[in-house]
Each structure stands twice: as C-alpha cells, then as structure tokens.
Design a protein around this ligand. Structure first.
Ligand code: ADP
Ligand code: MG
Length: 360
C-alpha cells in the first residue's frame, strides 16, 4: 500500500503551467525528498497534497483514500513550514498543545503528550518560554513538536532548515534522520539543498520547471543521473562534463575528446550507441585521482588552478582545452603549472547525448 499517491497532477496559474503531469508514489515509513531549484514547484506540490491549494487536474490519495476534494483538516497530514508559524503570544507548551486544546482534549492528557514530545525533541526545559525567547533551531524544534503531537498518515516538511545557519542545519539534519528512524514516520520533505536530499532521503524526487526529472535512491540519482540537469544538480563540486565524439575502437567503445581517447570499458548503455555521436562524458571530481587504484585510464595534465579547503584540494586541469576538476587529497604538494598523472575511475561515469542531454 502506498502512503501517498499522486496521479497525473496538474497545476496552472492563469497560463503558467506550474506542475506538469506529476505521478508520485510514497511508501509508508519512507523519507521522500522533493528536490529542485527555487521556483520549480516544490511548495506548490506540497500545498496541493496538504489541500491548501486546489489541483487543476489529477488526483491525490492518502492511505488509499481519494482526498483530492477533501478539506486540509480531513487529510490526516501534519505540516511543518519554513517560517515555523508559531503563535508569538503563546508559550512553547501552549504552541505544541494547541491542536489538542481546540479539539477539547482533557488538560492532563495534553500535558502528558506535550511532555513526551518535548522529551523526544529535547526541549523540556523551554516549555514556559515564548517563541521570541528561543533561538532559530529551538523554534524549529517547537514547530516539529507541534506536528509530532498528532499521529498523521504523513508529515509534510517545507524547507524546515533553510532559515538556520550552516552548523545548526547540519545538526538538525542528523536529528531529523534519527527522528524518522525512531518514529518510523512517513515523511515528504521539500528542499533545494542537494546535501539534505542525499543524506535524508530513502527516495529523491527531482523536479525542474514543474516536471519530474528523476525518481530514485540517492545512490541512483548520484551515480546514474537520467539527464544533464540531474547530473549537475547533485554533487558538489559539480560533475565534469567533457564534450566528445563516440567512437568504436577494436577494444570497444571510446569517447574522443579533442584527440584524447577515453575507453568506456564495460559502460552500460541505456540506448544503442551510434558511431560519431556527439556526447558529454560525465565524471565526478572525486573519481579523478593521483593514485592508480580503480584506474581505467590515465593522462598527464598540468594544474591550471587549485584551492585547498582543509579536508581536500580541488584542482583544475585543462583536457584539450576543456576544464577538468579533480578532488585530490588535502596535503598534496601542488602548484600552478605542475604536472600530475591523473587516473580516471571509469566505474561511475555517465554518458549523455550532447543534443537532448539525456543519458545514453
Ligand atoms: N499563488 C500563485 N499565483 C501565481 N503563481 C504562483 C503562485 N504560487 C506560486 N506561483 C509560481 O509557481 C512557481 C512555483 O512556485 P513554488 O512551488 O513556490 O516553487 P518552489 O517551492 O520550488 O520554490 C513559481 O514560478 C511561482 O512564482
Ligand atoms: Mg518553496
């Protein structure tokens, strides 16, 4: 059974198509991350599922029930917004207990449940404060606490960490992951941050301009991107995309990059390859190394630029006039103009058509 199912969902504002035929299934207990650039339609999709917005066409099912025309309050969902949406004049305890209070639950029961949720989120010492007396991270916990008071079919999160500083964001990310593991909750989580998606998701749904680009595990999306957009959107520093021509040598298929021939080994084509086709060879910076392990191909190139981040060295080279970035070890002896023998690990390369930019 799917916890949530979205069928041929469309949303337009006037003439603008915001969501174009979205099909999506979420398993119970899964952590589905809706990832994509700003303005691609993530919040709109979440708001449609929550019932805060009406669909132009298509259906929404929560726990097998068709909720397309249902009020938000009848959809059995809990939503956490980027802006937290806490009541400023209420204490933390009152904010968390608000839903139960308006449902006229007994006071003792509310207190007990608020206590449990506060324990889980480690905010028991903050229950008497008002939101103004809390840090950003603490406010976020309260907003999550309010959602956890219920036991909904699905939790919807809209960029809940984007207002926090980098360090806190990293910590809250870990907390959310633990929370999901402990509660076995079904979560649909919206973010534009590919690191959040890679670390939290059991399934990533990549959206661009209102269309789904790929649905897959973080590993699938990272290593087998279906098109150039996906390849570039996940991974930092960005994947190298080298322009070349597909050739068939005696030893097998290869890509000719301005005279440098890179053998494709046992690359699994998703389409029948054609000689002479213009392609983009995608190789991630961490798959270019100066050690010969896993090497499928090596070439000597000179450093054109580099930066040291403390934990690694990002070096740029020029391969037949095309920039090539490599993620090298932190403490290497490096200088502009210095030559390195670069080994390409060809296990996780991707090939795309240079014309339609789809994986081949
Ligand atoms: N109420 C609205 N009226 C008109 N256009 C809207 C409305 N809400 C969102 N949009 C447009 O829909 C697109 C997607 O918005 P949104 O779902 O908020 O994107 P995201 O959350 O991915 O950043 C944007 O181009 C936005 O301007
Ligand atoms: Mg948004």
């Amino acid at each position: 059974m799917h916890a949530v199912e979205v069928k041929s969902l469309n949303k337009t504002y006037g003439k603008n198509v915001i969501l174009d035929d979205i099909d999506l299934e979420m398993e119970a207990g899964g952590f589905t991350v809706l990832l994509g650039p700003s303005g691609c339609g993530k919040s709109t999709l979440l708001r449609l599922i929550a019932g805060l917005e009406d669909a132009t066409a298509g259906g929404i099912f929560i726990g097998e029930r068709d909720v397309t025309l249902e009020d938000p309050k009848n959809r059995d969902i809990a939503m956490v917004f980027q802006s937290y949406a806490l009541f400023p004049h209420m204490t933390v305890a009152e904010n968390i207990g608000f839903g139960m209070k308006i449902n006229k639950k007994p006071k003792e029961l509310i207190e007990k449940r608020v206590g449990e949720v506060a324990d889980l989120l480690q905010i028991s010492h903050l229950l008497d404060r008002t939101p103004a007396q809390l840090s950003g991270g603490q406010r976020q916990r309260v907003a999550i606490g309010r959602a956890l008071m219920r036991n909904p079919k699905v939790f919807l999160f809209d960029e809940p960490l984007s207002n926090l500083d980098a360090k806190l964001r990293g910590e809250m990310r870990m907390e959310l992951k633990k929370l999901h593991d402990n509660l076995n909750a079904t979560i649909l989580y919206v973010t534009h941050d590919q690191i959040e998606a890679m670390t939290l998701a059991t399934k990533i749904v990549l959206l661009d301009r209102g269309e789904i680009q790929q649905i897959g595990t973080p590993n699938e999306v990272y290593n087998q991107p279906t098109n150039v957009f996906v390849a570039k959107f996940v991974g930092a520093p960005q994947i190298n995309l080298l322009k070349g021509i597909l050739e068939q040598a005696e030893s097998g298929w290869q890509v000719n990059i301005g005279g440098t021939q890179i053998p494709l080994g046992d690359y699994q084509f998703t389409q029948v390859p054609k000689k002479g086709m213009e392609v983009l060879l995608g190789i991630r910076p961490e798959h270019i190394t100066i050690t010969s392990e896993n090497s499928g191909f090596a070439t000597e190139l000179a450093v054109t630029a580099f930066e040291m981040t403390g934990s690694e060295t990002l070096a740029e080279f020029s391969l037949q006039g095309q920039a090539l970035r490599a993620k090298l070890e932190a403490n290497i002896d490096i200088a502009n103009g210095k030559n390195f023998n670069l080994h390409f690990n060809l296990q996780n390369i991707s090939l795309f058509s240079a014309h339609d930019e789809f994986r081949i």
